[in-house]
Write a protein that binds this ligand. Structure first.
Ligand code: FAD
Ligand code: SIN
Length: 532
């Protein structure tokens, strides 16, 4: 089947849906999403959206905090733009029906998180993502010009150089998409394609991310010839619940903003040994401090304690976290919470300019899948939802001013060719490789790296890549196989980038080069390859 629209958006998180609602004013929009529409990292966001809305705050302070967290690798122009647009995009979100926690005087109830010098995190108790997604989904469902395709997973981008003529300037024409229910690969064509596919936390064994976070957009863009930047900067969130039944449950940084303290099992606090901001130091520092305490003591976890704030406060401010922990037998209003750091956010991704454009004509990227220059070497807490909203706006501005190519004039596009692929008889290959990748990333490419660990990781990922390569073309594709292939590519890009950077900066810490080296490394790590 061939499906045509003016715009094709892959992904239905904050970036994809907020952009769809804007683009539908100037054309028809297909939104493709690999599970149900609500399933995204956005849905699980807890802390909130950083924006300058308080009288005591200033754009300058938010800019400085972002630059400081980013360890001198942010693009200052991008930081300024995103911070200045914050109040406007927040207002737009409220206009479409998102509601946030307010104080009795009508001001926003603002949270505080690591690296922020002011209270500036707008939130909806501790289920901010759910409040945002509900509003975006309702608005998108009501919009006649937006067509939503659930349970459709993008396989690969369709580009001129790969499918039409390798001599042409590379231009994206759409994507091959697997309709999971019908088990059929359809051809989606559009004047402009936007990747809003989110992050890649599933590359690691322990992650706060939902299962959809398999780096598909980055892997597809890489295969199509897009530049990929700063993949070595993977953010570990310091506080994820440590419990055998708590798959990827986050304990928001906002708890520390309200005074929660970190301690060892003997009750001793330790953050004062690592940074003057203690529990509210930037995330890279807190995660490394916990990692170092775990290695020193040999314990499985450390603890986060908010019990001194009392039951009423805890239930009102953190109802979601309170309920989830209680269901696992932990009453956070009375006892400390066992926590460990876990892979949380990929600062690198598809390199874009300030209008969300990639180096492939007709291909844009926004949200966590993109590397826009906002986060540098370490993202400031709650700047991600903000980035998703602002870059949708910037892409919309670009596309609404650009003359659109008529898709009817596109050359004939070949349908998906499954070749001689047959149904797989050995899906154990997929689960075995998944498991291996996640373990090797956790053990060798985690919070603290060394050259030796990276070399080991590289040797193993090369073998796994070769095996997946053989397997991929022999068997009929499934979403598991597509995701495995993509996560392997993303793992390889992370390892390669980490091997290139011979210093420690922000989230990238290599024991063989423990110091920052501005002379040689105050620059982005950019990977490029011709389309494959
Ligand atoms: P996502 O919201 O992840 O959406 C990606 C979409 O792409 C999904 O719909 C997915 O199904 C779809 N997709 C992926 N691959 C394909 C494919 N091949 N084909 C079709 N569809 C595909 N940030 C903050 O700023 N504040 C917070 O409070 C905060 N809390 C967080 C809490 C948790 C538990 C987590 C995991 C993250 C949190 N973050 C927070 C980070 C933030 O939520 C994400 O970075 C942000 O939501 C990413 O939005 P996105 O639209 O780029 O991607
Ligand atoms: C949190 O609530 O701790 C997550 C905030 C973020 O990742 O920005």
């Amino acid at each position: 089947m061939e499906i045509r629209s003016d715009f094709l958006i892959i992904g239905s998180g904050i970036a994809g849906l907020s952009l769809a609602l804007k683009l539908s004013k100037i054309g028809t929009v297909s939104v493709v999403t690999k599970r149900e529409i609500c399933e995204s990292a956005t849905f699980y966001a807890q802390g909130g959206i950083a924006a300058v809305v308080a009288k005591e705050d200033s754009f300058e302070a938010h800019i400085q905090d972002t630059l400081q967290a980013g360890a001198d690798l942010c693009n200052e122009e991008v930081v300024k733009k995103v911070v200045h647009e914050g109040p406007k995009v927040l207002e737009e979100l409220i206009d479409i029906g998102a509601s946030f926690t307010m104080k009795s005087n009508g001001d926003f109830d603002l949270g505080k998180e690591g690296g922020h010098t002011k209270r500036r995190v707008v939130h909806s108790a501790d289920f901010t993502g759910k409040a945002i997604v509900n509003a975006l989904v309702t608005a998108a469902n009501e919009d006649d010009r937006i067509n939503i395709f659930e349970d459709h997973i993008a396989v690969d981008l369709i580009t001129t150089s790969k499918f039409i003529d390798s001599g042409l300037i590379n231009r994206c024409l759409g994507s091959y998409i697997l309709n999971k229910k019908e088990k059929r690969v359809d051809t989606f064509l559009a004047s402009d394609t936007i990747l809003a596919t989110g992050g890649a936390g599933k590359a690691y064994l322990f992650t706060s991310n939902p299962d959809i976070a398999t780096g598909d957009g980055i892997a597809m863009a890489w295969r199509a010839g897009a530049s990929i930047a700063n993949m070595e900067f993977f953010q570990f969130h310091p506080t994820c619940l440590f419990h055998p039944e708590a798959k990827s449950f986050l304990i928001s940084e906002a708890l520390r903003g309200e005074g929660a303290t970190l301690c060892l099992k003997n009750g001793n606090r330790f953050m004062e040994n690592y940074h003057e901001m203690k529990e509210l130091a930037p995330r890279d520092i807190v995660a490394r401090a916990i990692d170092s305490e775990l290695k020193r003591t040999g314990d499985d976890c450390v603890f986060l304690d908010i019990s001194h704030k009392g039951k009423d406060f805890v239930i009102e401010r953190f109802p979601n976290i309170y309920e989830r922990c209680l269901s696992l037998g932990i009453d956070i209003s009375k006892e400390p919470i066992p926590i460990v750091p876990a892979a949380h956010y990929l600062c690198g991704g598809i390199q874009t300019d300030m209008e969300g454009k990639t180096n492939i004509n007709g291909l844009y990227a926004c949200g966590e899948t993109a590397c826009t220059g906002l986060h540098g070497a370490n993202r400031l807490a709650s700047n991600s939802l903000l980035e998703g909203l602002v870059f949708s706006e910037l892409i919309f501005n670009n596309l609404s001013q650009k003359e659109r190519e008529n898709i009817e004039n596109f050359p004939a596009i070949p349908s998906w060719n499954p070749g001689s692929a047959v149904d797989s008889d050995e899906s154990v290959v997929v689960s075995q490789n998944w498991d291996e990748i996640r373990r090797l990333m956790q053990n060798y490419v985690g919070i603290v790296k060394t050259d030796k660990r990276l070399e080991r990781a590289k040797r193993r990922i090369d073998l796994i890549q070769a095996e997946i390569g053989d397997y991929y073309w022999d068997f009929i594709i499934t979403s598991d196989l597509l995701e495995l292939r993509n996560i392997a590519t993303v793992a390889e890009l992370i390892i390669t980038s980490a091997m290139i950077r011979k210093e420690s900066r922000g989230l990238h810490f290599n024991l063989d080069y423990p110091e920052r080296n501005d002379k040689n490394w105050k620059r982005d790590t950019i990977l490029k390859q011709p389309p494959i």
